[in-house]
Design a protein around this ligand. Structure first.
Ligand code: NAG
Ligand code: NAG
Ligand code: NAG
Ligand code: NAG
Length: 413
């Protein structure tokens, strides 16, 4: 790509970079060997709750378990108490990540603090646009519900610390599958995971396997909120060593971390990632939302060992969907992949089928809708409560309502 064009592309995408990684979605791909497919014979998109059931069972239900095992239904007082906690006990910077969301008669409205982070509210706004789009185009029907949405990349309901009294919808958290299986909490956080909506990637990308470059490929950005020694930086360092260069083609295309000193390289559009046989997935400050895009490509996914998850990761298995590595064993792991093509191709085919069935914008929206149905079912009085809420609600309305109800309770003895 010519340097000037690249500079323009970077400048144009800078403002929206946090919303979409447009850099990774080329609108025109000139390589005739890259095939972009909109259909996958034998696999259909998940378009009903029944279709989504395996995903709901592995992911949504574990998120709801701490709430379902509380021993009593939640009520509007729990929800109002949660908003009061956010307003009075949370650090200001944390408050600025959240929005109160009301869905009523299939219309989604939200309120956020005046000083809320623009990139968080843009994510909420984009979700509303997507939801409304599917109400229009697919006749999707959302339940009437009110909830709190966290636009940040990390969970905020840490048990024993923040003690959220109602569920918070969040994009990422950390997960310990063996603890969960043993009946212990699977996470330190009680946040319920909500699909990331602002990285649409609907199609499947194919490139002839025999033409793929047999190296571990990674192009990533490093941002201020990431640890200076996050896996992206560590793997990039390995890629500069002699042993690393034999099996890795890695680079950082944008560096906004003061403590990280690296020579940046040009970005590579997502579609062109298909030219490499092994695609590395590395976390930034939390799970890398790019994983869904890698799953849509007919290459093998090599995933950094990590407990960071998005909503669907608990349906993926090491060895079936990805090979694990870290900065210490990456060279050894990649060398061990030589000659394992049929196994890796089968893995890639499985991943494309998974991405095609479950990870489209519509299936994500449907997952969110079912999450709201089941969230609503945790409450004994959600329908009555939603009816009370004015169209032009603000946090103040909820806080006043809480006060009123507390006064009534006291007066009633
Ligand atoms: C959260 O709960 C733990 C124990 O469950 C308690 O020690 C702590 O003070 C609570 N924190 C807040 C902010 O309420
Ligand atoms: C996961 O949970 C198990 C069971 O409680 C524990 O033994 C293990 O250390 C945990 N793993 C991590 C990485 O925390
Ligand atoms: C890339 O983005 C465009 C515009 O948002 C979209 O129409 C297209 O489907 C995307 N490409 C892929 C491979 O998802
Ligand atoms: C990253 O740095 C932190 C803080 O200095 C340290 O505790 C951690 O072990 C480091 N992680 C790795 C993988 O080196």
């Amino acid at each position: 790509m010519p340097k000037l064009l690249l500079a323009l592309l970077l400048a144009a995408t800078r403002t929206t970079a946090i919303l979409h990684t447009d850099l990774f979605n080329a609108t025109t791909v000139n390589d005739p060997d890259i095939v972009i497919r909109k259909e996958l014979p034998g696999v259909s998109r998940a378009t009903t709750e029944e279709d989504l059931e395996p995903l709901l069972r592995d992911n949504l239900e574990p998120d709801l378990r701490p709430w379902k095992t509380k021993g009593r239904p939640l009520t509007k007082m729990d929800f109002l108490g949660f908003l009061h906690e956010i307003d009075t006990q949370w650090m200001e910077y944390r408050r600025h990540f959240v929005a109160i969301v009301l869905i009523r008669n299939n219309v989604m409205k939200w309120w956020a603090y005046p000083k809320a982070r623009g990139w968080c509210t843009r994510r909420v706004k984009f979700i509303a646009e997507q939801f409304h789009g599917f109400v229009e185009s697919r006749g999707l029907k959302f339940p009437d519900v009110v909830y709190v949405m966290n636009g940040y990349d990390k969970p905020l309901c840490e048990r024993g610390v923040t003690n959220c009294s109602a569920p918070l919808f969040t994009f990422d958290k950390r997960w310990n599958a063996s603890a969960y299986a043993a009946g212990l909490p699977g996470s330190a956080h009680d946040d319920v995971l909500h699909p990331v909506m602002n990285h649409p990637f609907e199609e499947l990308i194919d490139y002839p396997w025999e033409k793929k470059i047999e190296k571990g490929f990674m192009r990533v950005g490093v941002y201020a909120a990431m640890p200076f020694n996050c896996s992206r930086v560590l793997i990039n360092k390995v890629g500069q060593t002699k042993a690393g260069r034999e099996v890795l083609d890695v680079g950082i295309y944008q560096n906004r971390h003061w403590k990280v000193k690296v020579k940046t390289v040009p970005p590579v559009p997502m579609e062109l990632h298909a030219r490499w046989k092994w695609l590395l997935n590395t976390d930034g400050q939390s799970a890398s939302w790019r994983l869904a895009k890698l799953l849509a490509i007919n290459s093998a996914v090599i995933k950094h060992r990590s407990d960071a998850i998005e909503y669907y990761y608990r349906s993926l298995k090491e060895g079936e969907n990805y090979i694990s590595f870290d900065h210490k064993d990456v060279v050894k792991v990649l060398k061990g992949l030589h000659g394992r093509d049929s196994e890796l191709q089968a893995m890639a085919a499985r991943n494309q089928a998974f991405a095609y069935r479950y990870l489209s914008q519509f299936s994500r929206t449907l997952y969110a809708k079912v999450s709201f149905d089941r969230y609503k079912a945790l409450f004994s009085d959600m329908d009555e409560f939603v009816k009370e809420i004015p169209d032009d609600f603000t946090l103040e309305w909820f806080l006043n309502r809480r006060k009123e109800l507390l006064e009534q309770q006291q007066a009633g003895g």
